[in-house]
Design a protein around this ligand. Structure first.
Ligand code: CP
Ligand code: NVA
Length: 308
């Protein structure tokens, strides 16, 4: 069963195949209206369930559109409206859904929910974000980097801010795609040791540097994300803002990276908190390419999961 649960759980050759497939399908669609179907219709006759226990704009719409462009059908479901949100077990939900649909994509809180869904489903399951990781985002980000700058292998990626779920998937990708990774942020918000350890074990350099200006020296890519994630308590907001303010991506920080460094943010952003609008809208920013590439990368993920 080809579940897409995390980047480090997926074979590097399969990951490379998905990035390359995503780029060809994007090229083939140039100039077509968004509603046009792809020349290939590998999802014809397939039904996909998209379950959300947290809000979403990009994940929800890009998966929905992607399935349709590939000839399939999708249903967007809110976890709260399903019996899942009212006490039915994840295992039973997985078994029932597997009788109706060909693939399940789920955005949830606890990683355990995703893992139980995958364990009990008899159809592929895709991770659309948990509190711990966000692999579909980083597939789009690797694709985006390579479109602009060529192979990501051997490059230096710097994450500044909160060592959160998106940062974790970047660390997984560092190991699988072979790029170096530097984290800069306050010690209390470091990425989990498990993620750092896994990347280091794969042979890439992972550094933790408290000084953001030093961290970005030689960076090919500077990445950040919101200071308060969907699973973080609102009561931690002020403390997080105070701790993270020195790690804002602004013109001075970008000037300390390589002159051709790219800037990424998975969005949604809180403009002028984690990154200034000048950087987000500036020449080094590729944030809307990242958002678009969610569509193309996920089509490749869907096809790999279904083997079509
Ligand atoms: N980047 C991302 O996953 O966005 P959404 O929360 O809008 O899906
Ligand atoms: N770290 C953010 C990513 C949103 C796409 C969150 O989990 O809220």
């Amino acid at each position: 069963m080809n579940h897409f649960l995390d980047i480090h759980k997926t074979d590097p050759a399969a990951l490379r195949g998905m990035i390359d497939a995503a780029r060809s399908v994007k090229d083939a669609r140039r100039g077509k209206p968004k509603g046009a179907r792809d020349a290939d219709q590998p999802l014809a006759g397939h039904m996909v369930a998209l379950i959300f226990e947290k809000p979403s704009t990009r994940t929800r719409i890009s998966f929905d559109v992607g399935v349709r462009q590939l000839g399939g059908e999708s249903m967007v479901l809110s976890g709260a409206d399903m019996q899942l949100g009212h006490g039915e077990t994840i295992a039973d939900t997985a078994r029932v859904l597997s009788r109706y649909v060909d693939l399940i994509m789920i955005r949830t809180f606890e990683e355990q929910t995703l893992l139980e869904m995958a364990e009990h489903a008899t159809v592929p399951v895709i991770n659309g974000l948990t509190n711990r990781t966000h692999p579909c985002q980083i597939m789009a980000d690797v694709m985006t980097f390579e479109e602009h700058r060529g192979p990501i292998a051997g490059k230096k990626v710097v994450w500044t801010g909160d060592g959160n779920n998106v940062c974790a998937s970047f660390l997984h990708a560092a190991g699988q795609f072979g790029f170096d990774f530097t984290f800069t942020g306050p010690a209390t918000l470091d990425p989990e040791d498990e993620f750092v350890g896994l990347a280091r074990k794969s042979g890439v350099t992972v550094q933790i540097e408290r000084d953001p200006m030093k961290a970005v020296a030689g960076a090919d890519l500077v990445v950040t994300d919101t200071w308060v994630s969907m699973h973080d308590s609102q009561s931690s907001r002020e403390r997080r803002h105070n701790q993270l303010r020195p790690y804002q991506v602004n013109a001075a920080l970008m000037a300390a990276a390589k002159p051709d460094a790219l800037f990424m943010h998975c969005l949604p952003a809180h403009r002028d908190d984690e990154a200034t609008s000048a950087v987000m809208d500036g020449p080094q920013s590729v944030i809307f390419d990242e958002a678009e590439n969610r569509l193309h990368a996920q089509k490749a993920i869907l096809r790999w999961c279904l083997g079509v």
